[in-house]
Design a protein around this ligand. Structure first.
Ligand code: PGA
Length: 254
């Protein structure tokens, strides 16, 4: 049975002490909520990773992730952080291909394929983000965009490696806007993604892949979204910065 995941994406928020305080609150509140095959992942800025990973050690259902990693193994890339460095903090996951990275840092599918390879080679599980802009949806291009993001970003992986990948469908028009995709819109895309996975890797791999929804997911709409057959949890931005809201989203599984 595939994992159900609620992942928080803190983005570039919280100083070191604020991050530790929030994480302690979150672990206390969610440790008894995420049960069975449910997992909570907190994706923090790099500065928090090691400390959070230490704190997460006591909880089998809570893990830590980064929000990015460089595509090279190591070297003269001033200011960058490698997948190996992320892994050495105790982090287990890394978000790759978030729309903000694609938009503000020019990350292409081709680059993200390299980042995915190096993350996997270093034992990190990518949370690989895909999603269309409003313009693309209005032009009815969303299915094509999702398909090419999959084909160019992750479909070079063999089935074994792909088995380590979590996908996150995040329509760009829903991120940080307060406009959530309806559960019908989200389910339609998630079902499409799973069908693409079945065509590429077979039904078993498709059934085992966790596909998260992201974009203005909150305590109010999470229950309806997570009840959809092909939505296996959420990637949560704004609402992950408040322990009560984040916990309520984790509880929405139950
Ligand atoms: P949001 O962000 O929940 O604030 O819309 C989601 C994300 O960027 O992953």
């Amino acid at each position: 049975m595939r994992k159900k995941i609620v992942a928080g994406n803190w983005k570039m928020n919280l100083d070191y002490n604020e991050g530790l305080a929030l994480f302690s609150e979150v672990t206390n509140m969610v440790k008894d909520e995420a049960t069975g095959n449910q997992q909570v992942v907190v994706c923090s800025p790099f500065i928090h990773l090691h400390s959070l990973a230490q704190l997460a050690k006591g909880y089998s259902n809570i893990a830590v992730g980064a929000q990015n990693a460089h595509q090279a193994e190591s070297g003269a890339y001033t200011g960058e952080v490698s997948a190996k460095q992320v892994k050495s903090t105790g982090a287990e996951y890394v978000i790759l291909g978030h729309s903000e990275r694609r938009q503000y840092f020019g990350e292409s599918n081709e680059l993200l394929a390299k980042k995915t390879d190096i993350a996997l080679a270093n034992g990190l599980k990518p949370i690989f983000c895909i999603g269309e802009t409003l313009q693309q949806r209005e032009a009815n291009e969303h299915f094509g965009i999702i398909k090419s993001q999959l084909e160019e970003g992750v479909f070079h992986l063999d089935a074994d490696k792909f088995g380590q990948v979590v996908l996150a469908y995040e329509p760009v028009w829903a991120i940080g806007t307060g406009v959530t995709a309806t559960s019908d819109q989200a389910q339609e895309i998630h079902a499409f993604i799973r069908a693409e996975l079945a065509t590429k890797y077979g039904q078993q791999v498709a059934d085992d892949t966790t596909i998260l929804y992201g974009g203005s997911c909150n305590a109010k709409n999470a229950g309806e979204l997570f009840a959809c057959a092909d939505i296996d949890g959420g990637l949560i931005g704004g609402a992950s910065l408040k322990s009560r809201d984040f916990t309520d989203i984790v509880k929405a599984f139950n």
